[in-house]
Design a protein around this ligand. Structure first.
Ligand code: PHE
Length: 342
């Protein structure tokens, strides 16, 4: 073996050792590839040794070439070993460590308004009412005209209603859902529509710019006011307890005739009078009445043939009584300490 071959051997070993050392130091696949390129790439320092072969005697050339090839092979093997190591490490990091203590997942709470709405819908469903939904953004037609509410009616006033520039509005009540249901199906109808409503009220303990109603509508032949009273009484007792009473008071709504307002007896004091019911023994829930023939005409039902009752229900009012909450604004603050109590 000539002097040159010994020198080459030295050089090859040095490069190979350096490459192996660098490879064992890598932390990512990318780093491995970079080291590989430095030694084995087209311009890599081990590959570059091949260019020296020309200066070897034909006798030494095969041995010299073999030396370089062996080094190349050794580095290539090391590259593969390191890639395998990194893959294993990644797998281990992804694996679940079952010995770690568990992390407690905090359970959310159903909002008190959702509770009341879900419970109310469940009760009405048992009575045969089917849930319907309508848009929060309504047309004037559905929110007012079709509900026999003439353009000069005070509830249309800008003070009460949020209008959009395009003439639509944020619905002031869930009653437009009645219209949408009747437009889409022939009688008989038995539907319940929980939803959000909006009015330009100044927020205080009992007023909010958005609130929730549940609308009920029953249309059939020979429907009577006493059925309305029976349905609402039954509902009140299912929701709040067997001792609750319902009281009707005459009222006016454009879309019902006759119209009533109805109250539930206060469950806090059992009607004796307390701060929740402002010492009256009763809590006003909302309005109701027999569907006005003009509403049936608007949706194409024959008012000579069909009769019906409709009612609205203030969800916040019921929730305030049920959970003894004295400020409506608490429902919308989303204070976790408040919500956690339900
Ligand atoms: N929509 C009425 C209101 O918001 C309530 C109501 C519903 C009255 C259905 C009669 C019939 O006050």
């Amino acid at each position: 073996m000539g002097q040159k071959t010994t020198e080459l051997e030295e050089q090859v070993r040095e490069l190979k050792d350096k490459a192996v050392a660098e490879l064992s130091d890598t932390a990512t696949e990318e780093e491995v590839q970079q080291v590989k390129a430095r030694y084995l790439g087209r311009k890599g320092s081990i590959v570059a040794l091949f260019s020296q072969l020309g200066s070897f005697s034909s006798e030494d050339k095969p041995a010299a070439g073999k030396l370089i090839n062996e080094a190349k092979q050794a580095v290539q093997t090391e590259v593969e070993r390191q890639l395998e190591r990194l893959a294993q490490e990644k797998k281990a990091a992804d694996r679940l460590d079952v010995t770690l203590p568990g992390r407690r997942r905090r359970l959310g709470h159903k909002h008190p308004l959702s509770r009341v709405m879900d419970d109310a819908v469940a009760i009405f469903r048992r009575m045969g009412f089917i849930t319907a939904d309508g848009p929060d953004l309504e047309t004037e037609y559905h929110n007012f005209d079709a509900l026999n509410t003439p353009p000069d009616h005070p509830s249309r006033d800008l003070e009460d209603t949020f209008y959009l520039p395009d003439g639509r509005l944020l619905r002031t009540q869930t009653s437009p859902v009645q219209i949408r249901v009747m437009e889409n199906q022939p009688p008989p109808v038995r539907t319940i529509c929980p939803g959000r409503c909006f009015r330009r009220d100044t927020p205080d303990m009992t007023h909010s710019m958005n609130f929730h109603q549940i609308e009920g509508l029953y249309v059939d032949r020979h429907v009577t006011l006493s059925e309305l009273k029976g349905t609402l009484s039954r509902f009140a007792r299912e929701l709040l307890g067997p001792e609750v009473n319902v009281r009707f008071r005459p009222h006016y709504f454009p879309f019902t005739e006759p119209s009533i307002e109805y109250d539930f007896s206060c469950i806090m004091c059992e009607g004796k009078g307390c701060s929740v019911c402002k010492y009256s023994g009763w809590l006003e829930i909302s309005g109701a009445g027999m569907v006005d023939p003009a509403v049936f005409e608007a949706v194409g039902y024959d008012p000579e043939e069909w009769t019906g009752y409709a009612f609205g229900m203030g969800v916040e009012r019921i929730a305030m009584m049920r959970y003894a909450i004295n400020d409506i604004r608490l429902f919308y603050d989303n204070n976790v300490r408040f919500l956690e109590q339900f």
